[in-house]
Design a protein around this ligand. Structure first.
Ligand code: SAH
Ligand code: SF4
Ligand code: F3S
Length: 443
């Protein structure tokens, strides 16, 4: 049982975030909105006055996790009926009040476009569902950001997707593409830098389709990047996630022109088979993707690429799978995410006969083994090189700092005098499974 608190005691909010970086950004903004209502964040679910689950709908496993987590909340809610339970994110958008029907312990269901109305939903009490797509920009109505001294930040510049890949729920859960206006983004970036941020990742479900209103008409992502790269103190820029068809000439050129634009690019391709790419409604061929990689490498030779792959898309044959492996060999990725196809209700691909489970499992293993080998080779090639690492936290071992290189490798540095926010010159000494080790270089 909890002790009775005084009237002034802050209420506690526990947030669990699933899914993509967009959700990470949104969770941060919701925490700030609730902060204005007197809530402080807690890492202990049992202590919370409100539990908020920010969910992902992308694959069946991701969305089912919500229901198992809600099931686990039952005893807590039974012991403390005043506990508020909120569901946000893409499952909230996709399933709406169905969530409350299935799990009556849920008080609030709020979709990604309605987060600025969360405080009001909490205040009004009872059960509430808000999954509208309002015309207003939710970010305009959220309080100013805090950074808690971190030197890196996400900045959402674009939301939603108009691409309708045959397997994907995002166009339904996040809605149509909307870009935030240039001036607001530049202001948010400058504010972040003033608070000590040196590395900003621009986020969007389709970030390179950005076309936000600028002072003189619509701006593209490359123009926004060029402007942001000129902000004094902003050392690093990244953007994610991109669609190959929206990599225009100027964006490719920007990789050569802007030292602040980091040499790492996540560019999902999904498959290396033209037949499957067509069935996926990707609207590009494997060859076009390879040409794009070539042009990007010509602009910035040290670019490291990462990608997303789906194995076992309906109709995928062994030959299609081999074509994907061929593409992976041709590109040589620094890392990649790969997923077994998951049929999502409401998407066109879900109507088609699935590939057998065992076949998909075997293909996934084979693909992941190839990616792992490429990742290892990419990391090992860094050993002996001098690179810049931006310290983000203190490492687990005494005297160790942890940060990211330009190429987004996680690097552990033995540096007892290092401090968070410092851009250190270090020499890579070893490559581990998912990180590198280094020592500082003086002079
Ligand atoms: N452009 C988006 C992609 C979001 S989904 C972005 O901003 O990241 C991330 C990845 O999940 C996709 O690139 C795809 O590889 C995978 N994915 C999407 N739908 C899927 C499904 N139904 N089954 C398996 N993987 C899927
Ligand atoms: Fe989904 Fe395709 Fe849009 Fe990416 S581009 S969010 S995979 S529909
Ligand atoms: Fe998941 Fe929604 Fe992001 S479905 S991947 S949380 S856009």
């Amino acid at each position: 049982m909890r002790k009775a608190g005084s009237m002034t005691e802050a209420k506690k909010l526990f947030i669990k975030t699933y899914g993509c970086q967009m959700n990470v950004y949104d969770s941060e903004r919701m925490a700030q909105a609730m902060g204005a209502e007197g809530y402080v964040l807690t890492e202990v679910q049992e202590d919370a006055d409100m539990v908020l689950l920010n969910t992902c709908h992308i694959r069946e496993k991701a969305s089912e996790k919500l229901y198992s987590d809600l099931g686990r909340l039952k005893p807590l809610k039974a012991a403390r009926p005043d506990l508020k339970v909120g569901v946000a994110g893409c499952v909230a958008q996709a399933e709406g009040d169905e969530i409350i029907r299935r799990m009556p312990l849920v008080d609030i269901v709020v979709g990604p476009q309605a987060y600025h109305r969360l405080p009001q939903l909490v205040r009004q009490g009872g059960s509430a569902v808000d999954t509208e797509f309002p015309a207003e920009d939710k970010f305009d109505h959220l309080p100013e950001r805090k950074t808690e001294g971190r030197p890196t930040a996400f900045l959402t510049v674009q939301e939603g997707c108009d691409k309708f890949c045959a397997f994907c729920v995002v166009p339904y859960t996040r809605g149509a593409e909307v870009s935030r206006p240039v001036e607001r983004l530049l202001k948010e970036a400058r504010d972040l830098v003033a608070k000590g941020v040196r590395d900003i990742s621009l986020l969007g479900q389709n970030v390179n389709a950005y076309h936000g209103q600028g002072p003189d008409g619509d701006w593209t992502l490359s123009r926004l990047l060029r402007e942001m790269a000129a902000i004094p103190g902003l050392d690093r820029l990244r953007y994610t996630t991109s669609h190959p068809n929206d990599m225009d000439d100027d964006l490719i050129a920007a990789h050569g022109d802007l030292p602040a634009l980091m040499p790492y690019l996540h560019l999902p391709v999904q498959s290396g088979s033209d037949r499957i790419l067509k069935a996926m409604n990707r609207k590009h061929t494997a060859e076009q993707y390879l040409r794009l990689i070539e042009r990007l490498r010509a602009a910035r030779p040290d670019l490291i690429f990462s990608s997303d792959f789906i194995v076992g898309f309906p109709g995928e044959s062994d030959a299609d799978h081999q074509a994907t492996l061929d593409l992976i060999r041709a590109v040589n990725f620094g890392s990649a995410y790969s997923f077994k196809y998951s049929a999502r209700p409401g998407t066109p691909a879900a109507e088609k006969a699935p590939v057998e489970d065992e076949v998909s499992d075997a293909r996934l293993q084979e693909l992941q083994a190839l990616i792992t080998a490429q990742q290892r080779a990419t990391q090992e090639a860094m050993v002996g090189r001098v690179v810049h690492v931006l310290y983000e936290k203190v490492g687990r071992k005494e005297g160790q700092m942890l940060g990211k290189s330009d190429h987004l490798h996680a690097v552990h540095v033995d540096d007892p005098t290092g401090r968070i926010g410092q851009m250190a010159r270090v020499k890579i000494t070893a490559s581990m499974t998912n990180s590198l080790s280094a020592v500082p270089v003086t002079g």
